[in-house]
Ligand binder design. Structure first.
Ligand code: GLV
Ligand code: MN
Ligand code: MN
Length: 416
């Protein structure tokens, strides 16, 4: 590679500006973003993104699950494109960086190549994956999961949100049910830039995380069925209180995860009392469980232990605890050659870096099941994510995008 290519750097200010420009779509008063997948705010950011990609000379197409693909031609169009990108949807009280950095960082890579007049040998393709977050429709990362064949497209289209709206109806509602058949836009590999969403890089003063593993995830829908009765006249020993049963289960789950730790976490993120009333003993609660570990055996042990705990607590408290596993994502071992390519780029650029396991799920984890994939992490403030306070520095975001740029260049090759 020529010196001009080796020394190429992205435009940090332009990247920062686009992150903040798009943060207005779904901006919350506390400085975060609420941009649930396939909402009107998601449509706004998608329209912005399509226009920006077209402005950078890319050809945009959309698949039948709404994932957006923006292709930059290469010298050799017989080669598969190198994929790069992430997602633009957020949690209900999300931040400005989760997913967005990787998608807009990919756009910045293309803009940088355009400005420098660099043609790559293989084409490049930015992706904005639909519904990475999984908070409106389960599971998370559903479009990339369908892309790799873990779910059928019809199954995903029929998934419903809490209001009963299907993915299909939501796609039509914002005009993003595209025509590309899911899975037909192929890649030679995929690289995703993301904030770490944890505290390790910041604590160790590292600028770049070279992600070599991703935690596996088990999701469950649960329901506790007790018996509604009068809060004043029902003696304590006679109650079949669904909330108390769930409380005992939640505390037991905490102990299970601690015992199986440090490489195990478990969370009850949603719990909804049916027909709540301050003077009615809760008779029914719907809840969710999220369990994660980078170790498959630990995940199985979590699964067995939480089911045993549910059995014991339901007997003791004379309630029913139903637990239905709705998603099972095994741990990810990212492609060693691509991980090396990320590490080389970080080293050549002179950034302090370390290998790291991703605690969060990512579309790259799905893609890695059918193609080489890798990820680049940058620190986020106090390790906070899935929170409106989520923050990252301009220089770290730029560093991660430079690593993305040079990783992608090493994979796509530079046309001579
Ligand atoms: C996605 O954000 C996840 O890790 O749940
Ligand atoms: Mn994300
Ligand atoms: Mn997220």
């Amino acid at each position: 590679m020529s010196r001009a290519v080796t020394n190429l750097q992205i435009d940090s200010t332009r990247l920062w500006d686009s992150i903040h420009e798009t943060a207005k779509f779904g901006a919350t008063p506390k400085g975060g973003v609420r941009r649930l997948t396939l909402s009107q705010e998601d449509k706004q950011v998608r329209d912005w993104f399509r226009k920006a990609c077209e402005g950078a000379g890319l050809e945009v197409h959309v698949d039948t699950l709404g994932s957006m693909f923006a292709v930059r031609k290469g010298r050799d169009m017989s080669k598969l494109p190198v994929g790069l990108g992430s997602h633009l949807d957020t949690q209900p009280t999300g931040g400005k960086f989760d997913g967005i950095l990787g998608t807009l960082g990919a756009l910045e890579v293309i803009r940088t190549l355009n400005d420098a007049g660099i043609e790559t040998d293989a084409p490049l393709c930015i992706v904005n994956w639909t519904n990475e977050e999984g908070s409106r429709f389960a599971p998370a990362m559903m479009a990339s999961a369908a892309y790799v064949g873990d779910f059928t497209v019809d199954d995903i289209l029929s998934r419903k949100d809490a209001e009963g709206t299907t993915v299909g109806a939501a796609l039509d509602g914002i005009g993003y049910r595209g025509e590309t058949k899911v899975g037909t836009q192929k890649f030679s590999g995929f690289v995703e830039l993301h904030i770490e969403q944890g505290p390790i890089l910041e604590a160790e003063n590292k600028t770049i995380g070279v992600v070599d593993h991703g935690q596996g995830v088990f999701w469950y829908d649960g329901k506790v069925t007790g018996f509604e009765s009068h809060a004043g006249s029902t003696p304590m020993p006679l109650r079949r209180d669904a909330l108390l049963a769930l409380s005992e289960f939640a505390l037991t789950l905490e102990q299970i995860a601690i015992k199986l730790g440090p490489n195990a976490v478990a969370t009850i993120g949603e719990a909804v009392i049916a027909n709540p009333s301050r003077n009615v003993i809760p008779g029914e609660i719907a809840f969710t469980i999220d369990c994660r570990s980078a170790n498959a055996d630990t995940l199985d042990a979590l699964d067995a232990s939480l089911r045993a705990a549910a059995g014991e607590i339901s007997k003791k408290r004379r309630v029913e605890i139903a637990i239905d596993q709705v998603w099972r994502k095994p741990p990810t071992h990212f492609d060693p050659k691509l991980v090396d390519a990320v590490e080389r780029a970080a080293g050549t650029l002179g950034y302090a870096h370390r290998r790291i396991t991703s605690g969060a799920g990512h579309d790259a984890c799905n893609l890695n099941t059918i193609m080489p994939a890798a990820m680049v992490f940058v620190p986020c403030k106090d390790g906070i994510s899935h929170n409106e306070l989520e923050d990252a520095t301009q220089s770290d975001c730029a560093a991660g995008t430079n690593v993305l740029l040079h990783t992608v260049l090493s994979l796509a090759g530079v046309a001579s």
